[in-house]
Design a protein around this ligand. Structure first.
Ligand code: ARG
Length: 298
């Protein structure tokens, strides 16, 4: 039975009651060979068509790859495809899942914009060859679902935080909740600058989350506060211009984040996280940073 929560008073579980989810050990990245800004599908891309320094982008991508390697992650590197400049943002085409027994499943995305639809089969092929049970949403009922751009796992728990309203339809979460048998906390997004949940919500560890609060409705914020002890807030400048919240804490301890997020970094350090800064300047021109340039896997 689908379990999609839309207000704090509906929450009828505690985190401890939810089955565990193993910490990911692998990280997928897609080579930036064909990365560019050639169209505008989010406000960050506007004014940046043709402005990407591809050599610099390649260097930034390599440094991020090394950052994950240094933390001990096994890297899965896929080739980019000509004509699909946004495929490098490989958090968006799928939602991988692993249960407490180690069974792996993946729900493939339905991209909202025609420009990105052809990316999905390339990513799906990897899952088919690597032991994941592959699921598709019913396209008659669901208009769009942009994978881990909008669906974010609670650290170590089988609980999904699901953004909807801009790139993902609310209806996606009923199907996802049924397929994976997990509860989903649905968070409405309305501000186009924060078009994916991963631009305003970063799951840090079981008790902590980093958010840009103004991207959420009152109901959304109250659900976040109901389940997280530590809600760390980013200010508008770092959240919008540096996509500070589009960071990742793959092991619940080390945070990889765009460089220069001084205020957010101080708050993360105060909460005991290690901060690793990377330049993703070229990718910011497309509206993406660290979180969406990778996909966590098992
Ligand atoms: N240009 C891409 C798009 O608009 C950027 C995606 C960044 N991904 C993310 N999860 N925020 O689709």
């Amino acid at each position: 039975m689908a379990n999609v929560y839309t207000s704090a008073d509906q929450i009828d579980f505690t985190l401890k009651e939810l089955p565990a989810m193993p910490v990911p050990q692998k990280v997928m990245m897609v080579k930036p060979t064909y990365f560019d800004v050639t169209y505008v599908i989010n406000p960050h891309m506007s004014g940046h068509v043709g402005m990407v320094d591809t050599i610099q982008a390649g260097n930034e991508w390599n440094s991020l790859l090394d950052g994950f390697k240094e933390l001990g992650f096994e890297m899965v590197v896929l080739d980019g495809q000509e004509g699909l400049p946004d495929m490098v943002f490989c958090a968006n085409q799928s939602l991988p899942f692993c249960d407490e027994r180690g069974d792996k499943k993946v729900i493939m995305g339905i991209m909202y914009t025609p420009e990105r639809k052809e990316e999905v089969p390339f990513i799906e092929q990897w899952f088919r060859q690597n032991g994941y049970e592959v699921y598709h949403l019913d396209e008659k009922k669901v208009n769009a679902f942009e994978g881990m751009g909008d669906g974010i796992w609670h650290f170590k728990r089988q609980l999904l935080w699901g953004g909807y309203g801009i790139r993902t339809s609310f209806d996606a979460y009923e199907q996802i909740s049924n397929i994976l048998d997990v509860p989903v906390i649905a968070l409405e997004l309305k501000d186009e600058r924060f078009y994916h949940l991963d631009t305003c919500f970063c799951s840090l560890d079981e008790k902590s989350v980093l958010i840009y609060p103004n991207a959420f409705s009152t109901e959304g914020l109250s659900m976040i506060h109901a389940l997280y002890e530590n809600v760390i807030e980013a200010g508008i400048d770092e959240a919008e211009k540096l996509l500070a919240v589009n960071a990742v804490a793959p092991d619940g301890k080390n945070v990889l984040i765009q460089r220069g997020c001084t205020d957010v970094n101080n708050k993360l350090l105060d909460h005991g996280f290690n901060v690793h800064e990377f330049s993703t300047d070229e990718f910011l021109k497309s509206g993406g940073s660290v979180f969406c340039m990778k996909l966590l896997l098992w």
